[in-house]
Write a protein that binds this ligand. Structure first.
Ligand SMILES: *Cc1c(COP(=O)(O)O)cnc(C)c1O
Length: 384
């Protein structure tokens, strides 16, 4: 996860430009959050209470979907969505090698085999030609990740899912409010999984997630699975889990949701500023936007000719940064079992070696952005 440098820390003279500052957002919403939390303590309805139901209704509407089932985390959403579409031991699910490990863990939790494929170097999103090449008689689902907030090519993936009769689920953990070809994420296949981890575009004050779908049967299955297989207390239809969202998180998310579109617009404006500044810099290439995608701009990521140099200059100037992600999934010890070594996915591996994520959050000030730009410019001038 990202480094959360605190803005007030003052190392080496220059005031820090944090990679992410969640406290500014909290200060702006403190009154509303306090007001929303009081009733939960008064009603002592901490689990699956009215605040949860209310948030589910608003988030479904926001996603232009029929149903939202809130969950304890994005990982839980991925896990239950896969179970609900029937993923079981022996099945294969296709996803990208360059993602946060949770996407792939969820496949493993179902006893299924993750079938990783490489990404497109320009967009860092799943390479649809490789998806088709990976499909075989064991394949049951495609699970694209909308990396950094930019939707994968859902039009192409929908064609493949239809052609080969596969489930299509979206990992939209980084893509709240993103669109592709004018359609919201989650509307292409069976549904989308969201994370409300604090640093995400819509973040809780703890863990949270959701599965969003317009398929009533799937929503019902995920609803049962998240609550011990139970719709009526102490009556259990299936073996489930305890993956419920708590009311406190739901209330905080309901306070934040009305601000999400504005926040995403701010993110896009900041990214446009970065894009303009970096367009002429040697050895700095921002991840490309597909013209059909409206990205939620969760992260601003550039490929660099020499990452250690960029990191050194940023560090020297007290500017935060991150790497998303330093090691592709197939080279993680946890997935040694896949038997895929170095060289299996050259584009993912090259990205992991060269990318860096720069400070990006809706409240990032213009002067802080200028400092980031100046530092990257300086690093670029030092490339060999
Ligand atoms: C954050 C994230 C997840 C996991 O979400 P949690 O809420 O932390 O469980 C899954 N996939 C991607 C791509 C993510 O960024």
């Amino acid at each position: 996860m990202a480094k959360l440098n605190h803005p007030e820390t003052n190392i080496g003279g220059a005031k820090a430009v944090p990679f992410l500052d969640l406290a500014v957002q909290y200060r702006a919403l403190k009154g509303e959050i306090d007001q929303a939390l009081g009733p939960i303590f008064e009603q002592t309805s901490f689990v699956l209470g009215p605040a949860v139901q209310q948030f589910e209704e608003s988030f479904a509407q926001y996603c232009q979907a029929e149903h939202c089932v809130s969950l304890h985390s994005g990982t839980a959403a991925l896990h239950l969505a896969l179970l609900a579409v029937g993923i079981k031991p022996g099945d294969e699910v296709i996803t990208a090698a360059n993602t946060f490990i949770a996407t792939v863990e969820a496949i493993s939790f179902c006893g299924a085999t993750p079938r990783l494929v490489d990404v497109d170097r320009a967009t860092a999103n799943i390479d649809c030609e490789q998806v088709e090449a990976a499909i075989n008689e064991k394949t049951k689902a495609i699970l694209p990740v909308h990396l950094y907030g930019q939707p994968a090519d859902m039009t192409a993936l929908k064609v493949l899912a239809d052609k080969y009769h596969l489930a299509l689920l979206e990992d939209a953990s980084q893509a709240h409010g993103a669109m592709f070809d004018g359609r919201p994420v989650g509307s292409f296949g069976q549904g989308a999984c969201f994370s409300f981890y604090p640093g995400k575009n819509l973040g809780a004050a703890g863990e949270g997630g959701a599965f969003v779908t317009s398929d009533g049967k799937l929503a019902e299955t995920v609803r049962l699975l998240r609550n011990h297989g139970s719709a009526v207390k102490y009556h259990h239809q299936i073996i489930g889990h305890n993956f419920r969202l708590d009311s406190i998180q739901a209330a905080i998310l309901s306070v934040k949701l009305p601000h999400l579109n504005h926040w995403n617009e701010r993110r896009r404006a900041i990214c446009e500023g970065y894009d303009r500044a970096f367009s002429t810099l040697a050895g700095i290439s921002p991840i490309k936007m597909d013209s059909r995608a409206l990205s939620a701009r969760h992260l601003y990521v550039v490929e660099t000719r020499d990452r250690s140099r960029v990191e050194a200059v940023l560090k020297e100037q007290n500017i935060g940064c991150g790497i998303h992600y330093p090691v592709p999934v197939h080279l993680q010890p946890a997935y040694a079992e896949l038997g895929l070594g170095e060289g299996a996915f050259p584009q993912s591996e090259a990205l992991c070696r060269s990318i860096i994520s720069l400070p990006l959050y809706p409240e990032l000030s213009e002067s802080d952005q200028e400092r980031v730009i100046a530092a990257v410019r300086q690093a670029s001038s030092l490339f060999d």
